[in-house]
Design a binder for this molecule. Sequence first.
Ligand code: ATP
Length: 260
Amino acid sequence: MIKENSEIILSVKNLTANIDDKQILKGFNLEIKAGEIHAIMGLNGSGKSTFSKVLSGHPSYEVTGGEITFLGQNLLELEPEERALAGIFLAFQYPIEIPGVSNLDFLRVAYNAHQKYKGLEELDAFDFDELVREKLDIVKMRDEFLERSVNEGFSGGEKKRNEILQMALLEPKLAVLDETDSGLDIDALRIVANGVNQLANENNALLVITHYQRLLDYIVPDYVHVVSDGRIIKTGTKELALELEEKGYDDVVASAMVGV
Ligand SMILES: Nc1ncnc2c1ncn2[C@@H]1O[C@H](COP(=O)(O)OP(=O)(O)OP(=O)(O)O)[C@@H](O)[C@H]1O
């Protein structure tokens, strides 16, 4: 879906970030345009999740240098909830449980907060119920999940589907899926991937953080980036993910370093 002159959704320049005074991101650069799907891969501990946490505005991470621009705004000046309202959606590996709050109520509050922010009509319980039931089909979820507390007692795969349901309702400009595929059985992986593919269009963008080439058979990326020691050291197309699977990271990292 790559087009010349597409809108730049995310621009990350020379980003450095610490956790507990330890530098994890060491000059991270990335540009994502509308209509693009990007995948980030890399060894354990290379900084992939740190990057997604920094995007979300997680308070444990300190940005020490560089820039993040999201739709032309300085993302680093925005509070975490403002980032979500501005159109960044992050699906984490371990979605939180909220006992005592029904999934339906939670989704409606989140949906209406976004509608209000965009100056659009908020929906009452009746109209929202209708909307959410239309979206359930995208992730093949049964409506009983709407009545249960948010993620409480959901299996790992059900939590992931619930994340994609949220994404379907909020229609973000940038969705970041951080290891959404981990722990999914093959059917759930297809359902989640199909859901994501239905939501991807020329006006939004997707960033998928994954260890598994297999996910990229279903969600086909325009670009694959390899992260090593806190920065992107190599960018390629889908074939790069195949190469990583075949040769392992050592070879790919070593050859990228030769060119540095
Ligand atoms: N509180 C902390 N203090 C010190 N180091 C930390 C802390 N939290 C995370 N780290 C380190 O930051 C590094 C990057 O972690 P991160 O979770 O971003 O890696 P990742 O690439 O997502 O790894 P994985 O593929 O295993 O999920 C790791 O070496 C981790 O041990």
